[in-house]
Design a protein around this ligand. Structure first.
Ligand code: AMP
Length: 431
């Protein structure tokens, strides 16, 4: 058998590939990226690309040493003579914060908005909607703690998925407060869980000493049972006055803009640098457990990476999950069309002439040509198969007269046009 692609990766395929699904269709990825670009750049965000691999230390500090990503899912990059420490990026934020610090963006007017689109890598257990190379759209804002920035970030995430035609999306909103609020919450959780430590999973026993909040995030059914039994109070009960007021304002803006959300106390972000607002975007078609995306405020992250303090907030969604949701919702995506003009020579000696005309026509229209001469009937069949709008025939008569015989494959309309007028004709017929 020929060599296969690695498990957990996908080819993004051209139109017409057998068994094409929305989440493997190259044109669908372009469509999502262009839609995100339109929405985010209209709101003042600029695009960034960062390297696909970064220093291991950046990923460890940026994502957090206690997370599954760092403990189990990192792809390490080796090369001859290397110092042993590059990681294929598992998410976008750490690299973008590094770029912020490294490129002196602090001097730019705040809030400073940036977006990224590209592949991410995690060595996960592969299942539907969970890949080892997947793609994210990422949006980050630096330099402001204003609740208006939080609300705008959430609203923009909703705008992107709305613009893509998704309807059954739901924002689940929470706040994890300031570090001292979280400390109080962790003290409460420690007291609550310690008498039941024997019932916790091994991972959660470890979390109980290090970071009890992350127990709430546990994937273990036993842990979740215990959590339900104990009637754990939500983080929201522990918000201090400032974080509480900030959270109220975020909600107020969202209500003002008719962005629907549900308060969800189960949203926790256990890492030290997360502050205040945290949310997830869910869709019925993708299943309750797998979010389309999520976001949060991370005011402590830049310092964690060794830089000067700068507040930040951002979100990411997975393009594959979004495409699965679009498929579940039956969203129609504009299909990329065939050529506007398909030129065919009726005898071999006119092939070079149609090739030259096609090259000229490409200055103003998507144009293809047949590399071999064809009979008229075959030319029409071929043009139809390629989804061409106009087919242009070049026989000996047309060549002698300096014309092309055109037929519109959609309307059946026929025209003879001088080769010199082809440009004007196509531009007009495109209106
Ligand atoms: P995270 O960076 O873990 O908050 O993930 C943000 C979003 O990226 C998720 O909601 C998913 O849509 C997507 N995502 C994360 N991990 C994967 C994966 N292994 N495969 C496909 N999509 C993923």
């Amino acid at each position: 058998m020929a060599i296969q692609r690695p498990k957990g990766t996908q080819d993004h395929l051209p139109e017409g590939s057998p068994k094409l699904t929305l989440d493997t269709r190259a044109a669908a990825f372009d469509y999502v990226r262009e839609t995100a670009r339109r929405v985010l750049e209209r709101a003042g965000a600029q695009r960034i690309d960062t390297p696909l691999f970064e220093e291991a230390e950046l990923v460890k500090r940026g994502v957090g040493g206690s997370t599954d990503i760092v403990r189990k899912e990192m792809f390490t990059v080796y090369y001859f003579g290397d110092h042993g420490g590059f990681i294929l990026r598992p998410e976008g934020t750490a690299g973008i914060v590094r770029a912020y610090l490294q490129n002196g963006w602090k001097q730019l007017p705040a809030p400073f908005k940036i977006w990224l689109c590209g592949p991410m890598f995690r060595a996960e257990n592969v299942q539907k909607g969970r890949l080892r190379q997947f793609h994210q759209v990422d949006y980050e804002v630096f330099g402001s703690t204003d609740p208006l920035v939080d609300a705008e970030a959430i609203a923009l995430m909703v705008d992107v998925v709305r613009e893509l035609g998704l309807k059954k999306v739901k924002v689940k909103l929470g706040s994890i407060g300031d570090p001292e609020d979280r400390e109080a919450y962790n003290d409460y959780l420690r007291e609550l869980f310690t008498p039941h430590v024997e019932r916790l999973s091994d991972d959660s026993k470890d979390r109980l000493t290090r970071n009890p909040m992350r127990i709430l995030d546990s994937k273990s059914a036993g842990d979740q049972e215990l959590i339900a039994e104990l009637g754990v109070r939500p983080m929201l009960d522990f918000l201090g006055a400032e974080a509480g007021a900030h959270f109220e304002q975020v909600q107020q803006y969202l209500r003002d803009w008719n962005v629907e959300f549900d308060l969800d106390p189960s949203i926790v972000r256990g890492l030290d640098y997360y502050r205040r607002t945290a949310w997830e975007l869910h869709h019925e078609g993708v299943g309750a457990k797998s979010a389309l995306g999520g976001g949060g405020r991370y005011d402590g992250l830049a310092e964690q990476l060794g830089g000067a303090a700068v507040p930040g907030i951002g979100w990411a969604f997975g393009i594959e999950r979004l495409l699965l949701a679009m498929e579940a919702d039956g969203v129609e995506m504009p299909a990329p069309g065939g050529p506007q003009l398909y030129l065919v020579a009726l005898d071999e000696e006119n092939v070079p002439l149609v090739a030259r005309l096609a090259r000229e026509a490409r200055a103003y229209a998507r144009t293809e040509f047949a590399y071999r001469a064809m009979k008229v009937g075959n030319a029409f069949k071929d043009a139809e198969r390629r989804g061409a709008v106009w087919v242009g025939l070049m026989g000996s008569e047309e060549a002698a007269n300096g014309t092309v015989s055109l037929k519109n494959m959609v309307t059946g309309e026929q025209q003879t046009v001088g080769v010199g007028e082809l440009a004007t004709f196509l531009q007009k017929s495109d209106d």
